[in-house]
Design a binder for this molecule. Structure first.
Ligand code: ADP
Ligand code: MG
Length: 472
């Protein structure tokens, strides 16, 4: 889902012409994204000095301060640049770099050759982690009901003191803020203790390091290095599930750190028990600490996030005005992950700066039509009833009947709850669909299931599974 190119050329033929020039307007936005992917140092040395001179059809022409910089960027960051254009819906497949002799930057010194490795460094010590995104802080994290537990746990771990949740395992769907929280923990720990050795990396990087160590017969220093950190964070651990020797090594590293009372923080796309290809002993070990999930966003959280991101956007596009109601509309209609939501807002600002008028609801609908369509895959009450009856093995007639036996009433309440959460149908409407029940019955069902979810693991799990099938 993430990184899927968003196509928005041709949204409206009238705008096609103007959108051609969009690429140049959008360069600052692309730069912002690149800053994140290539790391701060590489960004300063290589990307920032570039000027986008023109963009026609599929070719982007840049002016670089020196030929060396142009060549270097082409070779090392060309694909990232094209990818970021694609994400904005601009199909750039060729990059050209020229040197403008009159450019004021022509005298700039050669950047250090090794700075392309900077994105592999944490900044402190010589740990081979990934760079931390300066924007992923607790300050920039919007807390709502779906993520409050994960946020509280992350805060607690970042405060240090007694290592009480070890490991902390964060899990949840894509784009819900797991990586953001991990970076926030790292920043906070570093703030409190600049000497703390915090190592953050993805499970993929862990594997890569491990394979390198094997190849160069240097597993001893690999082990020493990983075992010498104060805090280890491994993101997207599902990546190593099924990769047996990496799993094995991970397990030993993990145990060694936990035994020394060092904090370990792991994220994954699902709970450890649900990771099929993960060895049982690892699964069970991962559950020793605290396992918390980041739930899918709700309307309030989405709106909160949009409002907070809007402040940031306004700093870059201070001229863009967004009409009242637009953010609410987006929060209502774009219910997929936060990354998509952010992308939509970024696009809206780009659009706003292009047309030079306040962004109205109508314009938002038009410029976001593809995202809205994708997000619109409407779940129907019928579908919910079908999936819930399947899941619990009850039959449809019972489900819609007046029977109040627990084994039927509970699934019915779950179905009502999901109908309220996943469709835009009103309470009376939902009541009618469940054997002509009153809307107060639906309210009761929603409350009941909400309560149960926090005390009854099984129900929480059922809901999560059903949500996933229905929204999938
Ligand atoms: P995950 O690692 O769970 O796939 P990320 O942490 O990469 O998700 O989040 C995706 C994007 O959404 C990031 O840009 C992140 O900053 C943003 N985001 C997610 N949740 C929040 C939140 N609660 N507040 C602010 N930004 C958020
Ligand atoms: Mg992530």
């Amino acid at each position: 889902m993430a990184g899927k190119p968003v196509v928005w050329l041709g949204v409206n033929p009238r705008l096609d012409m103007e959108l051609k020039f969009m690429g140049i307007e959008i360069w600052p936005i692309i730069k912002l994204a690149l800053r994140k992917t290539v790391g701060e140092a590489a960004f300063t040395n290589w990307i920032n000095p570039l000027e986008l001179r023109s963009l026609d059809k599929s070719k982007a022409s840049f002016v670089a301060p020196t030929k060396f910089i142009g060549d270097w960027v082409d070779r090392n960051y060309g694909d990232s640049i094209k990818f970021e254009f694609a994400k904005q819906g601009l199909d750039v497949d060729r990059l050209s770099f020229t040197v403008d002799m009159h450019s004021k930057r022509v005298q700039s010194e050669k950047p250090a050759i090794n700075s392309n490795k900077d994105n592999m460094k944490t900044g402190s010590a010589d740990l081979p982690g990934a760079s931390l995104d300066p924007r992923y802080t607790f300050d920039n994290f919007v807390v709502g009901k779906p993520n409050e537990l994960a946020h509280a746990a992350a805060r607690r771990v970042a405060e240090g003191g007694d290592v009480s949740f070890n490991p902390l395992f964060l899990h949840g769907g894509v784009g819900l803020g797991k990586t953001h929280l991990m970076h926030a923990i790292a920043w906070e720990i570093k703030k409190r203790d600049p000497n703390a050795k915090v190592l953050y990396l993805s499970a993929e990087q862990f594997m890569y390091r491990f394979v390198q160590a094997l190849r160069f017969k240097d597993t001893i220093s690999f082990k020493e290095m990983f075992r010498s950190v104060d805090v280890l964070m491994v993101d997207d651990v599902q990546f190593i599930a099924g990769k047996s020797s990496t799993q094995e090594e991970f397990f030993h590293t993990f145990n060694a750190l936990i035994d020394q009372n060092k904090q370990v923080i792991i994220s994954g796309d699902r709970a450890p028990v649900d990771m099929e290809q993960l060895e049982d002993r690892i699964k069970s070990r991962l559950q020793w600490g605290l396992v918390v999930d980041v739930h899918p966003t709700d309307y309030e959280l989405r709106l909160g996030i949009l409002q907070s991101k809007q402040e940031t956007q306004s700093r870059y596009n201070s001229t863009v005005e967004v009409s009242p109601g637009v953010l609410e509309f987006m929060a209502q209609r774009i219910s997929s992950n936060v990354r998509v939501l952010e992308g939509a807002l970024t696009r809206l600002y780009a659009f706003g700066s292009l047309v030079g008028r306040p962004v109205t609801l109508e314009m938002a609908q038009e410029s976001l039509s593809d995202i809205l369509r994708a997000s619109d895959r409407k779940v129907t009450i019928d579908e919910i009833i079908r999936k819930v009856t399947d899941h619990y093995g009850v039959n449809l007639t019972d489900m819609l009947s007046a029977r109040r036996t627990r084994s039927i009433a509970r699934p019915r309440q779950v179905a009502m709850y999901l109908s309220k959460k996943l469709t835009s149908k009103s309470l009376p409407e939902i009541g009618r669909r469940f054997g002509k029940r009153d809307h107060t019955t639906v309210i009761h069902a929603v409350k009941k299931i909400e309560e149960l979810q926090s005390v009854d693991n099984q129900i929480a799990k059922d809901i999560e599974v059903l949500r996933r099938v229905l929204e999938g």
